[in-house]
Design a protein around this ligand. Structure first.
Ligand code: NAP
Length: 296
């Protein structure tokens, strides 16, 4: 098995978690940081009772050495600028994997760099930064990776297969759309009502709001040719709410902290598709505006 050299752009919670896991599976790792940091950079990764110190070489966008494999784990709204800052280190043979939440940044990137053809992924792993150099792996989940129209994984996927619960997804477009649809039905509502996910079912006025949102999102999903997702959406949303009932969504946490949210790449993307098909989605539009007033 060939283990490649991966540069990880976005050395936050997810980036450091995947850097550690890929290093464990034999890959060389370099963290791309914004500015000059200690090289190597020492990080502590907490996982259950386990605490490990790991060291990674670092690089910045100012360097010039070519990058063969790039994993992007910035927030959705940073993806295009962050990858652009490294464009001089990428070429047609570079493999780029985008693991941020939401949709829309991959096509923005392809518009700017038609030769890039990024892979995309979605993960339900959970991690957060305890401090700048300390990451806690808070929840074990599944990761699915793919590229539109590519049923079989490329050679670089071999060491990824060794990661816990990491799969090649034959229909990544559907996987990403389903995640987007579910996020649209849950995250903005929890942010606007400042509530845990579970309250979206336990409070009748919010449960009615979820129903109405799901109807709108299902109409857009159908128009976007994701009919099976449209048909199963209400049940899937309920399942996710039940499984994450005690969670505060990341959108709510961002709003509480006054941070920019990823809503432009979640509800914003749903609305771009709705507009394309001439579908009115007033509830989603209103939530987008309310969340942008709260968090940006
Ligand atoms: N954390 C989770 O549990 C989780 C779970 C599932 C999905 N996700 C998704 O994964 C993505 C990353 O989330 P996260 O929680 O890991 O975010 P995060 O901790 O904020 O990490 C993002 C990192 O990207 C860095 N960055 C942004 N622009 C950069 C640039 N131009 N050059 C170098 N570094 C740059 C940020 O640096 P600065 O701090 O300097 O801005 C930050 O360190 C999001 O889309 C999120 O929704 C996260």
């Amino acid at each position: 098995m060939t283990a490649h050299h991966w540069h990880v752009l976005g050395a936050g919670a997810m980036g450091c978690l995947f850097a550690a896991r890929l290093q464990d599976s034999g890959c060389d790792i370099t963290l791309v940081v914004r500015d000059t940091r200690p090289d190597p950079l020492a990080l502590v990764l907490e996982d259950g009772e386990d605490t490990r110190e790991m060291k990674f070489p670092t690089t910045t966008a100012a360097d010039r050495a070519p990058i063969s494999h790039l994993l992007v784990t910035t927030k959705a709204y940073d993806v295009v600028d962050a990858v652009s800052s490294l464009a001089h280190r990428l070429d047609r043979d570079s493999q780029v994997l985008l693991l941020a939440n939401g949709l829309g940044f991959a096509s923005e990137l392809s518009g700017r760099y038609p030769w890039l053809a990024p892979y995309c992924g979605t993960t339900t792993e959970g991690a957060y930064r305890v401090s700048s150099f300390r990451i806690r792996h808070a929840g074990h989940g599944a990761t699915r990776i793919g590229r539109s129209g590519e049923p079989n994984p490329p050679a670089w996927f071999a060491p990824w297969r060794a990661l816990e619960n990491c799969l090649w997804e034959q229909d990544i477009d559907s996987a990403l759309w389903e995640k987007l649809a579910v996020n649209c039905a849950i995250n903005p509502l929890t942010a606007v009502h400042d509530c845990r996910n579970g309250e979206l079912l336990s409070r009748p006025e919010l449960a009615r709001e979820v129903d109405a949102l799901c109807n709108e999102i299902a109409r857009v999903s159908e128009a976007a040719e994701f009919a099976p997702i449209a048909a199963g959406l209400r049940a899937r949303v309920e399942e996710v709410i039940r499984n994450t009932a005690s969670n505060h969504s990341s959108m709510l946490q961002d709003c509480r902290a006054g941070r920019t949210t990823e809503i432009d790449y979640i509800t914003g993307q749903l609305l771009r598709v709705a507009d394309l098909h001439g579908i009115a989605a007033p509830r989603n539009r209103s939530l987008l505006e309310q969340v942008k007033r709260l968090g940006g």
